[in-house]
Every structure is written in structure tokens, then in C-alpha cells.
Design a protein around this ligand. Structure first.
Ligand code: FES
Ligand SMILES: [Fe+2]
Length: 457
């Protein structure tokens, strides 16, 4: 069987347009990256349940994945000025990111531990002149050189040259700072492959962090992450979206370490048992996109997609100027959900969302889900929003001021998550049976996961 033969080329049961059909109807030329239609085929085998549940797999991830893979550590704007710092924790490791010089290449990442008796050098972000340990006062320069040792006479063994802060590798893409603890890793550019052309028209480095909300969820990080990696669940989990969301007509692609889901908006789900009007299609979507939704009416002879596109173009015009005129309807309306292995999920277009999931510290049974809303701006870059951290029992609704109607959607998503973790433990079947096409982003993740953590390895 080939990928081609498994692909529902005409949409679900022949109902509704494929994504490529919709692009043919666009009022503007669409970028070549949207014309790429490259499904991944990973067979139909089950994925072992054990990798979501066992401590052993968590320990294997620590050694085989988190200590070797490129990972999104923080936004570059957090490190705007020399002396700005950020802390990135992953499982039982902690890294300290520091802006040491202005411009490209001026960011370093250190193991976040004092070389005296191990206190974490910093507990969180902030601007400093030097890296001073708050336990006994050992101090390093921003560039990692030992500066001061209190009672130096008592430490004859401390040779300044040998007491530099250990560094890990750093790279940047799209205004995101990545780090890799493996000094022998491939360059970030090679790891990301041809991600750049996809974001050429939606440059994420020209955004600021308008919102950063995180939340502890009581599931393995992969359970939570995978709940967002397909549009198949929308049919049951977010039924309010169906009049204007082409869930089962989504397109799924893979490109090296990157995957993409494209879900059309303004067209009905093939599963919807009635035919919504253009106004009903629009109404189901409108509050998902705009912060302060005006009452939008579909003019006579226009479609929901065209109306959504024009509204988005109008709101973007004052911010990005002429660029708004170049954008196709598709880029202004549809959902482009990219995944960069293993855990970073930047959305394309002007959708603004980026997600990240990771274990909650060293706990394999809970995770941290983070939502960044990255907004375009005009003039001086606004200060990035600090993180708002929600506990496991605080609903996303408590951040409705930051997240708008997304808060409701996330609560709907989270409703399933602890129940999945519970069910996985109770399950007598040894594997999960992902769909071949609609869940191919998840299968792609597991194919890479298997390569990084080979069975028996
Ligand atoms: S642990 Fe840092 S100075 Fe003692
Ligand atoms: Fe969802």
C-alpha cells in the first residue's frame, strides 16, 4: 500500500472539497508551500501503550531524547538586552540562557548549576550584570568566566580556567531560541530542514509574545501533545465548530523532522448532518479568531471564507501594511498546525498560536502545556508577556482574559486527557490504533521517536 492509495483525495466519503480544491478557489495567488501535498505513510501498526506509562520509557527519553535533541527553550525577545536571562527546565535538567552580546550569535546557554555546591544559578528570568550564586556568592561573568570566589584562599583547588560554566549549544529560528545539550549534535539548520520557506510570508521573528499561559496537566506529555495533533477529534470534542470547520477534509503532510496539518475553515465538516448557511459557517468560527469580534455578516453573494478573509485582512492592514494585500484567503482563514519534533508546535498564517509540551519536571505522569500567542506589531516591539502558570485544578477558563474563546476550546480538550491516562492504565490491549492518514502526524512523531529511542536501545 502506498501513501497515495490511502489518501482520501476527494475528502471524506466524497463530501466536500479537498484542501487543494479550496486553494483553486482562492481570490489571490497562494504560496507554493501550500501547494505541497506530501502525506506521510507509516503503516497501520499499533503504537505500544507502555511508552506513555512506564518510568523506564521516561528514563530512556532523558538519555536518548532530551539530552540529545534540539528543543525550543525560550523566545529570543526575552533575551533582548545584554544581561537578560531565562531558565529552561527539562526533566531533571536546568539550563540558563543569557544574552552576552547584542545581535545574532550573542546568546549562550549554561548548565544552570553553581560549580561550588550546585545551587541553581538562577530561579527565573531577569536582567543581571553577572551570574552570582545566591548561596555563598561564587560569581561568573555573563560569558561564563569565573569572576569572584569568596574566601578564595580556602579554595586552592579552584583554577579559574577550569571553573568556566559548562555550555550547551544554542541556535535560533523564527525568534525562538533552541538549545541542545549534545555538543556533537547536527546544526539546528540541518535539523529543521526546509522549514524556512513555509514561514516566509508569516515571519515569526517579527512577532511579540502577547500571551504566555502554561498549565500542569496530569498526563504523560505525549498524551496531551497528541490530543492536539489531528483535527479528527474536533468532530466529537468541539462540536460547536462543525458548521465551519473541515475536520475530515484536513490535509496532513510530513517534511523531515516537521509535520503539518491544514484544516480549512468556513466550510462545514463532512460529518455535519445538515447544510449550514454561509452565515452559520461564519458564526461557528468568528470568536475563534478575533480578540474582540465585531458582528460580522456575510454579504449577499459572498462566502463565509471570503468574509473571514476580508475581516482578517482589514485587521492586519494597519499592522503589517501592504503585506496584508498579498496574503491569500487561505492564509488568512485556515489553520496550519506545524510540529517540530519532538514537542514544538508553531501555527502558520496569522493564527498566532505556538504550543509546547514537556514533562512536568521529572514526573512522567504529568506535563506542562504552554500556549504562546505571538502577535505582529507596528513600531517598537512591545515587552513580552510574562508566563501565567495554571495548576492542574485550575481550568483554562481562569485565563479567559488572556486566551479569549480558546480557553473554552482548551477546557474541552483537557476534559479527555486525565481520562486517557486512566484508560491507558486500565487497557488490556497493548497498543494504540491510530488512523493511517488523519493521525499521520502522530505516527510521524512515533516513527522519529523510535529512531531516537530504538526498541531495546
Ligand atoms: S552553591 Fe553556589 S556559591 Fe555555594
Ligand atoms: Fe482540540
Amino acid at each position: 500500500m502506498t501513501a497515495e492509495s490511502t489518501r482520501p483525495r476527494t475528502g471524506f466519503l466524497g463530501k466536500g472539497p479537498t484542501y487543494q480544491d479550496l486553494l483553486d478557489q482562492d481570490s489571490k495567488p497562494v504560496p507554493a508551500s501550500l501547494r505541497r501535498d506530501e502525506p506521510g505513510y507509516y503503516g497501520s501498526d499499533d503504537v505500544p501503550v507502555e511508552r506513555y506509562l512506564s518510568r523506564e520509557w521516561h528514563e530512556r527519553e532523558k538519555v536518548g531524547l532530551w539530552s540529545r535533541v534540539w528543543q525550543f527553550a525560550c523566545r529570543e525577545e526575552v533575551l533582548a538586552e545584554v544581561g537578560d536571562t531565562a531558565v529552561y527546565d527539562i526533566v531533571d535538567k536546568s539550563y540558563l540562557l543569557v544574552r552576552t552580546e547584542p545581535g545574532a550569535g550573542g546568546i549562550k546557554a549554561y548548565v544552570n548549576a553553581c560549580l561550588h555546591r550546585g545551587r541553581a544559578l538562577r530561579d527565573g528570568p531577569g536582567r543581571v550584570d553577572e551570574l552570582l550564586c545566591s548561596f555563598h556568592g561564587f560569581c561568573w561573568s555573563l560569558s561564563g568566566k569565573l569572576k569572584r570566589v569568596p574566601s578564595a584562599w580556602d579554595f586552592p583547588q579552584v583554577k579559574p580556567d577550569e571553573f568556566r560554566l559548562p555550555e550547551v549549544r544554542v541556535g535560533t529560528w523564527g525568534g525562538f531560541v533552541f538549545l541542545n545539550p549534545d555538543r556533537d549534535c547536527e546544526p539546528l539548520e540541518a535539523f529543521l530542514g526546509d522549514l524556512d520557506p513555509f514561514f516566509e510570508r508569516w515571519p515569526l521573528e517579527q512577532r511579540y509574545t502577547r500571551v504566555h499561559v502554561s498549565k500542569v496537566i496530569r498526563t504523560n506529555w505525549k498524551v496531551a501533545q497528541e490530543a492536539f495533533m489531528e483535527s479528527f477529534h474536533v468532530i466529537t470534542t468541539h462540536p460547536q465548530l462543525l458548521p465551519g470547520f473541515g475536520d475530515a477534509n484536513s490535509q496532513y503532510d510530513v517534511f523531515g523532522n516537521v509535520s503539518r496539518a491544514i484544516s480549512p475553515r468556513g466550510v462545514p465538516s463532512p460529518y455535519l448532518p445538515w447544510d449550514p448557511t454561509e452565515q452559520e459557517r461564519l458564526n461557528s468560527q468568528i470568536d475563534q479568531r478575533l480578540d474582540d469580534p465585531p458582528m460580522l455578516e456575510v454579504p449577499d453573494g459572498r462566502t463565509a471564507r471570503q468574509t473571514l478573509a476580508e475581516a482578517a485582512r482589514t485587521s492586519l492592514r494597519p499592522v503589517i501594511g501592504e503585506g496584508a494585500e498579498q496574503l491569500s484567503d487561505a492564509e488568512l482563514v485556515d489553520s496550519y498546525y506545524f510540529t517540530v519534533f519532538p514537542n514544538m508546535h508553531p501555527w502558520g498564517g496569522y493564527n498566532q498560536i505556538t504550543y509546547r509540551w514537556r514533562p512536568n519536571g521529572d514526573d512522567h505522569e504529568s506535563c506542562l502545556m504552554e500556549v504562546f500567542l505571538l502577535s505582529p506589531f507596528k513600531g517598537e516591539r512591545p515587552a513580552p508577556s510574562p508566563e501565567l502558570r495554571l495548576g492542574p485544578d485550575e481550568p483554562w477558563r481562569s485565563a479567559v482574559e488572556q486566551l479569549g474563546s480558546l480557553a473554552r476550546v482548551f477546557d474541552q480538550d483537557e476534559f479527555n486527557l486525565e481520562a486517557v491516562q486512566k484508560g491507558l492504565k486500565a487497557m488490556s490491549k497493548p497498543g494504540l490504533s491510530f488512523g493511517v492518514y488523519q493521525e499521520s502526524k502522530i505516527r510521524h512523531f512515533h516513527a522519529l521517536y523510535d529512531a531516537w529511542l530504538p526498541p531495546g536501545g
